[in-house]
Ligand binder design. Structure first.
Ligand code: NAD
Length: 256
């Protein structure tokens, strides 16, 4: 049973990370929420999850753009049974205008953070004889779109990292997989609508319909609850032989 296990979800005061935390908590898994912000609301979210589900829920501040803070998050939590590498940011611009600082931040938060947290968490998983590492990649880990060079590079990188850790733990009761969502209407997606409107000279409705859901044959956004459910499946015994691979939750995007 998953009840009583502990999950650390990076970048979980919003969007997909919060949705994953809620679904895991509903299954009796203790959760550690994280972001770099450390506001009263962040701590209140953890208290709310604890109250609604009866699990232990904590918030730990750590900046996933810094390797030592990624490792400190795992240490402060006292290790974990389930690690969900979810923190991520986006920036949309043609490569020749892409700010170098944004490139570095996206590679650090969306890719390198998973290296640091995994390196810090895996020994504890081995000692306990069980572990699940779940990386929230993207359809952009398998395909590309223009103007998202850093994001697509980081997401392809995390898919490669996932395969490697799957092999390094193949003969142990530890799995490492990536979930590849298509578009989910979270604050991250909201924030890129204005830039995409500018890049394509389109209205908001046209960006949603003709750019975002253009790529998503279902013509529907995936939901944070569905991604939480996928993470829960990867934690289950049914998924014990699922490792080093990707699961797309993208309404058919990568079938195109
Ligand atoms: P979001 O903006 O709602 O959430 C991002 C989370 O990351 C927030 O909790 C934020 O606090 C955290 N974060 C950002 N920078 C951080 C830092 N330096 N340190 C710690 N935490 C930090 O976005 P989301 O859509 O929920 O994205 C979550 C993940 O899902 C990202 O990796 C994103 O690339 C991926 N994803 C999202 C979509 C989508 O359509 N929304 C699709 C595919 C993949």
């Amino acid at each position: 049973s998953l009840s009583g296990k502990t999950a650390i979800i990076t970048g979980s005061n919003s969007g997909i990370g919060l949705g994953v935390a809620r679904e895991l908590a509903k299954a009796g898994i203790n959760v550690v929420l994280n972001s770099y912000t450390d506001t009263a609301e962040d701590h209140a979210l953890a208290a709310e999850i604890a109250q609604e589900t009866g699990v232990s829920a904590r918030y730990i501040q750590a900046d996933m753009s810094k390797g030592d803070e990624c490792r400190r998050l795992i240490a402060d939590a006292g290790g974990c049974d389930i690690l969900v590498n979810n923190a991520g940011i986006q920036h949309v611009a043609p490569v020749e205008e892409f700010p170098a600082g944004k490139w570095d931040a996206i590679i650090a938060i969306n890719l390198s953070s998973a290296f640091h947290t995994t390196a810090a968490a895996i020994t504890g998983m081995r000692e306990k004889g069980w572990g699940r590492i779940i990386n929230i990649a993207s359809a952009h880990g398998l395909t590309a779109s223009p103007y998202k060079s850093a994001y697509v590079a980081a997401k392809h990188g995390i898919v490669g990292f996932t395969k490697t850790i799957g092999l390094e733990t193949a003969q142990e009761p530890i799995t490492c997989n990536a979930i590849c969502p298509g578009y989910v209407l979270t604050p991250l997606v909201e924030a890129q609508i204005p830039d995409t409107m500018k890049e394509y000279d389109m209205s908001r409705e046209d960006v949603i319909k003709n750019v975002m859901l253009e790529r998503q044959p279902s013509k529907e956004f995936a939901t944070t609850e569905q991604l939480g459910g996928t993470a829960l499946y990867l934690c289950s015994d049914a998924a014990a032989q699922v490792t080093g691979t990707t699961i797309s939750v993208d309404g058919g995007w990568t079938a195109l």
